[in-house]
Write a protein that binds this ligand. Structure first.
Ligand code: TNX
Length: 501
């Protein structure tokens, strides 16, 4: 039944349909673009009486959806038995761990998945067709069958250059969940600050956490706070990958423990943004113990399979010295039954077959790097496309520009399967959009740089290659804006996007 007072949908699923912030069709609304989508003339009325049922294994997903609907519409929608919105875990195994099937008909809404993560992603799709306006609303009919292209759809956040509170990181996690990002890589240590409590090395946070770029107070997560953050992400089906940078980007550790320096002298805190100068002393017993102890504690805080060992931009070691520290870090991670991932420079060390390489730097020809990587899998973060700390254009106040200006189309228009010669689809674990925070001080700065480029990287990670279409993408991106406005997410109003108003 149709609720009479409502603006209705724009009709068929064609991307040529003029998009309106209220009531666009399923095909015209969903971002990342789904694998299969069909639209129908059915309409589902969402009212104060609507109830959501969820299976025992995913009651929290039902509650999450109910809260999202209440936030968007003000309707007192709750979970209950035999809801007209039914979430089930009866989906086929072929949907995999993250896929879902969504059907919106006049009689009701159903989301079927094989695993709770799939239900959660289906819920994000449904949220995108719920208009941001108070009172009863009508949802456009149709079906979606959807599975991701890549397993690793990441965002990373540098909490070392500037510190971000647990609440700020949670706000970013909420934004990531909207676009089916499933990995949050936290850059926890760098020259300017050490941000995670390590109980066997208390000075790391007593001394190393007290600074940040520009002279602010810094900060760190206690292990309990960090555990809560990991849980908050996990509840949104996002896996946290902690990064402990080695051998370089370590001044905060070198300032905290004199024994990590070859000359045995503690370094002064570092508050600016140069790179490449710092390194732990290779081969020293103190360094080996440090690496083993730190990764043991970090791995114990990590339910996910990956721990990041850094490895980028070291200018103060010989190649042999560099490789020896990377290999120690890799061993320490493996000793904790985790898989190591590191920046592309780690291909200069002897890598174990499972170790993952994160590609970022476009200056060097990729051939030798790919050859050195052997059979390793890649996470792709090309700086000139995925670095969300790059300015959008010369006028952008925040951000850097060493990799160029990155407009929305630059972030979107590339294919992960052809970026690196010799690294095809099967060797790409996924994509990741990093945010480095030399110039970013709070959650609103981070969101402004992430939106609207983060959804572009999310779509490259999730959607089938065949759906890649800039014009479709920019129209679907445009109608995200009312959601961002309602959620108070700051974003850049790129002139490339046909924003609704
Ligand atoms: C390069 S990406 C870095 C970071 C900087 C970033 C700034 C990478 C592995 N290293 O240390 O923060 O550029 O854009």
């Amino acid at each position: 039944m149709l609720v009479a007072t409502l603006l209705c949908t724009a009709g068929s699923g064609s991307f040529d349909t003029p998009v309106s912030p209220l009531g666009a069709s399923l095909a015209a609304s969903v971002l990342p673009a789904p694998e299969h989508v069909s639209t129908s003339t059915d309409r589902f009325p969402l009212t104060a009486a609507t109830r959501i049922s969820a299976p025992a294994g995913a009651t929290a997903v039902g509650e999450y959806l109910a809260a999202a609907i209440r936030r968007a519409t003000g309707l007192p929608v709750r979970t209950g038995e035999r809801g007209s919105i039914a979430l089930t875990l009866d989906g086929k195994a072929s949907l995999g761990p993250e896929g879902y099937h969504l059907a919106i008909t006049t009689a009701g809404v159903r989301i079927d998945a094989h695993d709770p993560a799939g239900l959660f992603h289906g819920v994000q799709t449904l949220r995108q067709v719920i208009p941001e306006r108070s009172g009863a609303v009508t949802l456009p009919g149709g079906t979606v069958t959807d599975t991701p292209r890549f397993a690793w759809r990441g965002a990373s956040l540098d909490v070392a250059r500037h510190f971000f509170s647990v609440a700020e990181v949670e706000r970013y996690i909420d934004a990531l969940a909207l676009y089916k990002i499933n990995t949050l890589h936290l850059h926890l240590t760098d020259d300017q600050g050490w941000r995670i409590e390590i109980r066997s090395r208390p000075r790391l946070t007593q001394i190393g956490a007290a600074t940040e770029i520009g002279g602010g107070h810094g900060g760190f997560y206690t292990q309990d706070e960090y555990r809560a953050l990991v849980k908050y992400a996990q509840d949104r089906f996002i896996t946290v990958v902690p990064e402990i940078e080695l051998p370089g980007h370590t001044n905060a550790a070198l300032a905290s423990y004199a024994e990590l320096n070859c000359d045995g002298k503690a370094r002064r805190p570092y508050l600016s943004s140069g790179v490449g100068f710092s390194s732990v002393c290779p081969g020293r017993q103190a360094t080996e113990y440090f690496i083993a102890d730190v990764f043991a504690e970090v791995a114990a805080l990590t339910p996910g399979p990956f721990v990041h060992i850094g490895g980028d931009e070291v200018k103060s070691l010989t190649p042999r010295e560099y490789a020896s520290v990377v290999e120690s870090a890799q061993r320490a991670v493996q000793a904790q039954h985790k898989t190591a991932i590191g920046w592309q420079e780690i291909t200069a060390a002897a890598l174990d077959p499972g170790t993952v390489v994160q590609y970022w730097q476009r200056n060097d020809p990729p051939g030798p790097l790919v050859a050195a990587a052997g059979k390793a899998k890649f996470v792709l973060s090309p700086a000139d496309k995925t670095y969300l700390d790059m300015k959008y254009n010369p006028q952008t106040e925040l951000g850097l520009s060493w990799a160029g200006f990155v407009e929305v189309r630059d972030a979107y228009d590339w294919d992960p399967a052809t970026l690196l010669p010799g690294v095809g689809e099967a060797r790409v674990l996924g994509v990741e959009a990093p945010i480095w925070t030399e110039t970013l001080e709070n959650a609103s700065d981070v969101l402004f740089m992430a939106f609207p480029r983060l959804p572009a990287i999310a779509e490259l990670g999730w959607s089938p290659r065949s759906s890649h279409d800039w014009d479709s993408f920019r129209r679907r991106l445009a109608i995200q804006a009312p959601h961002w406005d309602a959620m108070h997410l700051s974003y850049y109003r790129s002139p490339q996007i046909p924003w609704p108003r």
